[in-house]
Design a protein around this ligand. Sequence first.
Ligand SMILES: NC(=O)c1ccc[n+]([C@@H]2O[C@H](COP(=O)([O-])OP(=O)(O)OC[C@H]3O[C@@H](n4cnc5c(N)ncnc54)[C@H](OP(=O)(O)O)[C@@H]3O)[C@@H](O)[C@H]2O)c1
Length: 281
Amino acid sequence: MDTVLLNNQIEMPIQGIGTKDLFDPDICEQVVLFSFMNGYRLIDTTPSYHNQASIGIVISELSIDRSELFITSRISPFYYKKNRTLRCIEKTLKNLRTDYLDLALLETPIIKGWQNAWQQLEKAVEKGLVKSIGVCNFMTEKSLDELCSIANIKPVVDQIQCHPFLQQRHIQKKLNEKNIQLEAWYPLGHGHSLLLNNSVLMDIATAHHTTVPQIILKWHQQMGHVYITKSSNPDHIQRNLHLDHLCLTPDDMKQIEALDVSRSFYQIPEFVQKLEYSLVH
Ligand SMILES: NC(=O)c1ccc[n+]([C@@H]2O[C@H](COP(=O)([O-])OP(=O)(O)OC[C@H]3O[C@@H](n4cnc5c(N)ncnc54)[C@H](OP(=O)(O)O)[C@@H]3O)[C@@H](O)[C@H]2O)c1
């Protein structure tokens, strides 16, 4: 598995397992086990998906050495206040049946208290509970600047929605300047048919004798992104990992660049809308 070197000199695999919508414990265990056995080493988890206990069962029974895995968990805004962030990490470690997280991420800067949560993440690093810390959905220069100004430990990753219809080039530029790695969620646009049936991508896929998802994932690689795909389909799980035979031409990359229409496929969940009273602005 190829890796990138983070700004704290820790290596992170470039492709990972997404765990959203894996509600059924048996299916979750099957998908996660199959993915690890087929070569995935990075996994993205969060207590909000209510499946960390199932993932923990797989982790505890894996024949792969823990040091080869890269386990991420996220801190949702529910855990930003007082000592809740540290408690959230401790509970996560118990559920995932591991002694440490490779990466812990704050989920969003738009809820009050993220600065306090960041300080608690730094404590988690000091306590050896977490190796690296980063953020999700820090989408503006202002939020990234504020984060860097309060941080004693530099964030290694910003996990944001990113795919050919929402390329985030402006943020990528800022992240490059700050040496923070872009990690793409919804790398395949959550499987939306508008993206997967796009005629430009289909033509490029035909020219390379492959599929649109493989073209999109190769594009992420050539853009320097880390990305986390989610699939419950064994064929997709395997295909998404095997991209070494592909190389997109400068013309392919240019055509994909032109597909950027700033289109998000994410619907803000109801629970976040209910938190509106505590939004920062
Ligand atoms: N930080 C955040 O705020 C945040 C927000 C949302 C998500 N995330 C993370 O990002 C992860 C990735 O997002 P996502 O779950 O939407 O993943 P995604 O990979 O963008 O899309 C998943 C969809 O694509 C389909 N798919 C995957 N591989 C395919 C292939 N080779 N051919 C055709 N269809 C394919 C899947 O269907 P099949 O099952 O049929 O393959 C599924 O419907 C999540 O699981 C979660 O861990 C983070």
